[in-house]
Each structure stands twice: as structure tokens, then as C-alpha cells.
Design a protein around this ligand. Sequence first.
Ligand code: ZN
Length: 146
Amino acid sequence: MSLHELYQEMIVDHSRSPRNFHKLQEKAQNLEGYNPLCGDKFTIYASFKGKKISDLSFEGNGCAISTASASLMTEFMKNKSFDEAESIIAEFQRLVTGGELKGVDLGKLQVFEGVQEFPIRVKCAVLAWHTLRSLLHGERKAVTTE
Ligand code: ZN
């Protein structure tokens, strides 16, 4: 299966049945992210233990790409340290914008390379990631991609 086919399949799968699609209870922090270009709007919930992401989830509405990206993010980033999370977020940003990769392991997130072909979709793909980064930085203001 080509990377492109894999990309299509994962986007469809995760947008139809998003993982970790619920609120987090107790002590979870949350932040809203909005992409006015497309109308994607999510709330990201995160629990932290020390300097580690112990749990991660999301809610909201968005297009297939933003939903799949948020869904895969919640799976991939659970149990990552803040430092690991920062470098993964930066690498993901480079991946979808066609930047020079630094060799950070992105696992199956690699399929988002396909977004490069659709520049208008980049903001959809990075929305959840920018929101998570703001959460990690303790920011309380809703994130917008504009
Ligand atoms: Zn979108």
C-alpha cells in the first residue's frame, strides 16, 4: 500500500471513529482551538503527571483532516514527556509544511506527509497540535490558527 493510500485510509478511519473523543474528568486542563479558515473547532483536554502527559482527549467539530489529526495526536502523545512532546509537535509541523525533518520518530503520523499536497489543509492538520502546545505552556487563551 502506498503512503498516499495509507494516508487516505487513516484519515477516513480516524475521522469516522475518532479515538479519545470525550471530556477528561478531574483536574484535566483544557483549551479550545479554532481554525476560522475551515471552521474546525476543538477542545483539547490533558492531564499531567509531573512533566508528562498522562492522559489526552478531545471534543468538538471539524473536517476529516483536523479530526483525524486530533484523534491520532491523542493516541500518540499519551505518556510523552513535555520535552518529547515539544519535539514531536515541531517535527509534525515540519512534516505537514514540507520542512526539513530532524529525525524525530513520528510513527504512523508519518502519513500526514500527504497534507503537503494540499496547503489549504495544513491549518486543519496542525490545529490540535498548536492547541496542545499552548496547553503545555500553560496558556489559557483559546488558540486560533489565524
Ligand atoms: Zn479543516
